[in-house]
Design a protein around this ligand. Sequence first.
Ligand code: UFG
Length: 323
Amino acid sequence: MNVFVTGGAGYIGSVCVEQLLNIGHNVTVFDNLTEGHRSAVDPRAQFVQGDLQDRPVIAQALKTAQAEAVLHFAANALVGESMTNPGKYFRNNVSGGLNLLDSALEAGVRKFVFSSTCATYGVPERMPMTEDLAQKPVNPYGESKLMFERILSWYHQLHRLEFVAFRYFNAAGASGQFGEHHRIETHLIPNVLQVVQGKKSHCEIFGTDYPTPDGTCIRDYIHIIDLAQAHIQALDPGKVGFFNLGNGDGYSVKEVIQTCEKITGKAIPVIAKPRRPGDPPKLVAAAVKARAELGWNPQYPKLEDIVRTAWAWHQAHPEGYPD
Ligand code: UFG
């Protein structure tokens, strides 16, 4: 298929592009490079530097690509920033997404795959989390993703657009070639590995008084290649709906740090800090629907394997991407 990937220079997008190319799809990456890196774009893909606020540029790029499917990764995704600059999140994630969606319809695209998030649930009312839980986001980031989910539902009903929206849990790990390099790093695993690399003196633990067995937050970590595989399966005709993407296993912040110590063989100094605003204590996916309906079968469910691949990438790219 001719697949048009927004945000294909970003962390999750770059690995998905690589996996799509590996199985023979044609890929065009559309990215404004504010978050992404040019060198994270697989050289086998076409690249268009463009912004989702610019409809004529999107339309031209879709036409040139002869796009049959769109995978929409491009977004702002920092919970904390969304609390101080909500307009940025609604503008880029909702209005930018709508520009893309309308352009895709005009270009005759029949399949639209969207990167949503477990942050659309807010503080979940049940654990593990199934897709039918109430969605009550507690930050503008989650709200912006939920708004776009609703738009997709209506476009499916009214324009018969086939869509799949994936609610990611905690994406982590790396492929051999592509990994996690955010210019501002807020995520746990890369931050811990930066301590091992000597770039930071210690790791901060945000909150040690949560109602969890060791007092730190619990998350469901999922390997980036498994995430990519789900997107590939979503391209099959007839697949539609909302799917959680997680492994169904929860690990605490302390357990993640211990796993990093085990994999790297280095002791990691930690400092306990106050809770980070907007962090729910525990987020773990039920992770059943995607397996049953998409035939998704994660290959790297173990946290050790996830950390091992992340560590290999950080060792091979100590400064991340050059651009
Ligand atoms: N944490 C630390 N120290 C750090 C970094 C993180 O203790 O240096 C903690 C966080 O407080 C949290 C856990 O580690 O409890 C995981 O934090 P991440 O930032 O790695 O991931 P989040 O769970 O906050 O965020 C992820 C995605 C978001 C998504 C969110 C849904 O990155 O895009 O899950 O809740 F919105």
